[in-house]
Design a binder for this molecule. Structure first.
Ligand SMILES: [Zn+2]
Length: 269
């Protein structure tokens, strides 16, 4: 009895986790369980193979066409735009509205003029389906209109070459200098303990000697802000000032969100 309850608990946890990570993974897991019952010879191995096949086929062919009925499409991968890692595309976390896609393309073209060869790198966008279904841990990424963009980084010699400081793309901060406004400390003092939570989501560092390229990130931010459809850009207040963005579309996201000195958040109307 206990063993059975434990097994059901593990399956339910797997469904929840896959849904949170990929939106469709939980449903495919459930379908796989129903297709291949326990009495089938080597059912565990067969379930594993069928899940991978179904998930891969759905992600590559079915989800993109169904998503168009929800007004969303994949971020157009191109010579100028790329995901921080393949995880974001494999997990279906790369869907946006056509308006946001156009804004990204135009921004990338504009940015290339100043930084030829450096791509616009994106992190979490939105899931393909259902307005109001959040892409955790970003509660607001639920309507196709939001996307997180990586900073531009440089090494000790000042080279910017799409190098990545960390595995997930989150949690490696360009923190405030002593002379700058320290919003993370202010939020923490007000009791918003989770404001710096993303420090636990780096999944490890790749290049420790990288730091934010202030001129590169400024140029990228200005290219994004230039787009008419872009309505808001979130970045930590000290970076807003340091990068001299001087644009009323740049807002403070509030202490209930998380730190934005590891990425830029952009949204369209
Ligand atoms: Zn965001």
């Amino acid at each position: 009895m206990f063993k059975k309850a434990l097994k059901i608990g593990i399956h339910i946890s797997a469904i929840i986790l896959l849904t949170v990570l990929t939106q469709i993974g939980g449903l495919i897991y459930l379908l796989t369980m129903l297709f291949i019952r326990r009495k089938v010879f080597k059912y565990r191995m067969k379930r594993g193979v069928v899940f991978v096949l179904l998930y891969g086929l759905a992600t590559a062919f079915i989800v993109p066409s169904l998503a168009s009925h929800f007004g969303r499409e994949r971020v157009a991968a191109s010579q100028l735009i790329t995901a921080h890692s393949v995880f974001y595309t494999l997990a279906n976390r790369n869907y946006v509205t056509p308006a946001l896609n156009i804004a990204l393309e135009k921004s990338a073209v504009d940015f290339q003029r100043k930084y030829p060869g450096i791509k616009l790198v994106y992190l979490d966008a939105n899931f393909p389906f259902i307005d109001g279904f959040p892409l955790l841990p970003h509660l607001s990424h639920s309507d196709g209109k939001k996307i997180d963009i990586s900073f531009v980084y440089e090494d000790d010699l000042g080279n910017t070459n799409n190098l990545k400081p960390g595995i997930s793309g989150y949690g490696i901060y360009a923190g405030p200098k002593i002379s700058e406004v320290n919003q993370p400390a202010a939020c923490k003092n007000k009791g918003y303990w989770h404001y710096g939570f993303t420090q636990y989501l780096t999944l490890g560092t790749i290049h420790e000697n990288l730091s934010i390229s202030e001129e590169g990130t400024r140029a990228l931010s200005l290219s994004l802000l230039k787009q008419k459809s872009v309505s808001k850009l979130f970045i930590e207040p000290h970076l807003n000032k340091r990068l001299r963005l001087l644009n009323n579309k740049v807002r403070f996201h509030g202490c209930q969100a998380v730190r934005h000195d590891d990425h830029i958040h952009v949204q369209v109307k």
